[in-house]
Ligand binder design. Sequence first.
Ligand code: ADP
Ligand code: MG
Length: 582
Amino acid sequence: MPIKVLEPELASQIAAGEVVERPVSVVKELVENSLDAGAFQITVEIKGGGVDQVRVIDDGEGIPADQVALAFQHHATSKLTRQEQLDCIGTLGFRGEAIPSIAAVSQMTMTTRPHDTGGGQQVQYQWGQKVSEGSQGCSPGTSVTVSDLFANLPARRKFLKSNSAETARIRELIDRYALAFPGVRFQLVVEGRTSVATPGSGRPEEALLAVYGPEIASGMLRVQEDDPESGYGVDGFVSAPRLNRANRTYMTFFINRRWIQSRMLSFALEEAYHGLLPERRYPLAALNLTVPYSDVDVNSHPAKREVRFVDESKVYSTLQRAVRAALIADSPVPVLGRSGFGSGQPSANDGAASPSFFRSAFDRPGSSGRGAGGQQGNEYGALTAAGFTPQQALPALRVVGQVRLTYIVAEGPDGMYLVDQHAAHERVLFDRIVRKAADQSPESQPLLAPMTVDLTPGQAEAFHNNLAFLAAYGFEVEAFGENSYLLRAVPSVMTSQNPAQSLVDILDMVAFEGLLRQHDDVLAASIACHSAIRAGKSLTEPEMRALLEELEVTDNPHTCPHGRPTLIHFSEYQMDREFGRR
Ligand code: ADP
Ligand code: MG
């Protein structure tokens, strides 16, 4: 067939395919336009799953009458003028493709009025052709109605899911934007009924409550970290470990308030919960990362769903540190301490939606602000000083029992100890691996039959950077073709059913951890983490006793190799004070 330039109509239908996959893409583009226009209030009305109709009404800056039709032309945008701006994009839109693409596959009406003009303008399009334009009275702002989506493209309609499935996607999208823009009043109306409405107060916890309801909201922790020097920061919410899900659906990430999908960020988040969640359980999160505009390329995906970072490791470590700080700040010590020291904090169960609910659920000392890493209020400071005795080795402990299949309760010469079983085991394994390596007597377990392992380039790099350590810790691996390796033996501490998969997992951890901190022990820490017992595992008394005995003889029994505490100590003095005996 000879090469031909496509007819304009066909060309724009093809272009539309990249931007407009389904009704939720229409809603996304229109809502992003409203946000770019500085709207404080955005109402989204949908009918028939968004296929019959999507209407987005905003109170943003509007479009001057003589420019409305321009918005319907390809590559027409008010957001980008010079090429160098592409390196520094602060708006959600920038390609000038959305309006013409949606207009090509629907019946579309735009009515708009800038705040400083008396009247409005209306333009109507049908399958990409303008059918009318004229002045039209309306309130300031813009309203866009998109009807009969894909009616001219039956093939695409076939790929749509049920109305309720399409509606669910739209609800999810609005939820996410509402969380990222707590200063905007969002309202989603489905078939005439309000499905979600946020107050637009600017207070993130109020947006969270409106979107997820009191039960989830009360289980979420505030994350807030800024580094004005580098321009990187994190803001939002993550779930306390007791609140978790079976999949990653509830993880939402924004970069500079643009919703994106990123395996790297999910991984950083999951790493921060390392050891705190049972296997195959995932946290909830809604986090906005602030990244200097010049450090992120937003122009790398047709629907702008993915971005590229100049400094991926910086993004990774910023997120992971901020989340871990929030989780540590939520540890049980300050809670016990607070009630005892008489600060009179109500519990999170008091009056779900009342203002006091916010104070108790979110404004707990140390869970917001930059001091979350441990510089909490006086109460925590006092407890920490009295509780931890970092210089001393751990005394002999007597096992009392196990709590939530996660913590071991033990008694020592001065009070009670709560031990995190995963963190403690990790410390024990780590010390053993490193000690044996130093003695040049790695404990190695040969496999019955060698296994082949295929590595991705990232994993292979981690592998080659750690060749000497792998051998020193008890791995026997040899190259076996292009990306394949032959695994012959593993460190004895590894009890995995699938050693090949474990090696891959460990290399993944090393690759990411290595970005965070360049130190020699990354591999040992990853092996220990992978092999240590998890939270959620029931332990017998002899098992708990053995673990504590092993922990007692480690050099640094108070923290796991990642720096998290392995145990919390409640002195007799503290306990007596809590009960009013002193
Ligand atoms: P982009 O957002 O990439 O610029 P669009 O096709 O989405 O491209 O929109 C084209 C232009 O129309 C925008 O640059 C903007 O000037 C104008 N526009 C679209 N929607 C709105 C709105 N809700 N309020 C004000 N201006 C809008
Ligand atoms: Mg746009």
